[in-house]
Ligand binder design. Sequence first.
Ligand SMILES: C[S@@+](CC[C@H](N)C(=O)[O-])C[C@H]1O[C@@H](n2cnc3c(N)ncnc32)[C@H](O)[C@@H]1O
Length: 403
Amino acid sequence: MPASPENPAAPSPLREKTRPDFDSGEPALRIVDLFSGCGGLTLGAAQAANHAGLALDIRLAVDFEQAAVDVYKENFPKANAVMAPVEDYFDGELSDEITETEVKTRESAGKTHLLFGGPPCQGHSDLNNRTRRDDPKNKLYLKMARAARVLEPSIVLIENVPAVRLDTAGVVKTTFDYLEQLGYEVATATVGIHALGVAQKRRRHVLLASNVDSVDPKKILADLASRADDAAFNLEWAIGDLRSLANPDGYDSPPKASPANVKRMEYLQASGDFDLPNSLRPKCHQDGNHSYKSMYGRLKWTDPAQTITSGFGSIGQGRYMHPGAVRALTAHEAARIQGFPDYFTFGSVTKRADLATMIGNAVPPALMREVGAAVIPSLGVQQDEVSLKIEESTAQTELALVG
Ligand SMILES: C[S@@+](CC[C@H](N)C(=O)[O-])C[C@H]1O[C@@H](n2cnc3c(N)ncnc32)[C@H](O)[C@@H]1O
């Protein structure tokens, strides 16, 4: 799908302020998003559906953080988005029969084309030590497999950090094998997000499963993983227009930096350097052998950013100094670097920390947009719409006869 300025003079689609009409029309792509956060994966599905001329019908989106669910609802007002633990909807273990709760979940979701989710991944992150790979949260990955059993969707996508493969409980392998037993074709790959049209170097682990004959997950992931980085997707493209805003509000104003970090940024700005010399780092980083080169660093207009985490507002958390100003990134810039266009709103968020967490946690929409573009033509959404209508009218006729 086009994300790139084929014509480099064209303005970045990230500046688009008018939200496409994702909700109306028929037929509709029916999706379920678990651990949905603010909706990065859903936005990608919406963009792919819109591009294919389909509406988006969000049968269920679940996250247990109220602030994230509020943003999700703001952007997808027709969605059945709920604030709850995913376990409240899928309460069985992999080996269990389908529970009463799960029967209800299946009945209310109905026919599902795409099931996707990004279960929490702190425990898998390379930024954490090995012991955290045992984190019980990692088992939430298996809830995606359980949800596939309950909902029987055509396609399943599970997104996570690359280190999820090293999880000591083997959640990826268990899920892979389980989905195969259910009759899905399954593949995994690590995909570079920059090559998908995002101004960010970030790698994500993707498990893709399909029970549609003409969809080959292996081929789709191999295609995504082999795409070449495109230098056009740099910070100038993503945030160049946000250099000087007349009236910056919370979304456009950086958090206040400590006096020590202001001094560090002033040095980088005046010297033109991108890496802070050891002498200006905190004492514990001064021995010359540290592995924190990017910490306290300045970004370059001509490059993509490093991975955006919830720490993007402080240069002590990574290379987050703005390329041309004595400040860290704003939430607006971080959202753009994650691939959220301006029509996606975070207006309901009242706390800076909530905003930073949900933007840092989000999956760049480009991932689901590109996978969506590859699978949607084979899903037979039109035929499904017709059969749903027949089922509905048969049910109504039966009701009338009973009545
Ligand atoms: C990596 S983020 C998901 C990002 C999201 N897919 C997106 O694209 O924006 C993980 C999310 O899981 C949520 N979460 C963690 N444990 C949960 C649970 N047991 N039930 C529901 N949500 C949970 C967190 O609140 C967080 O928003």
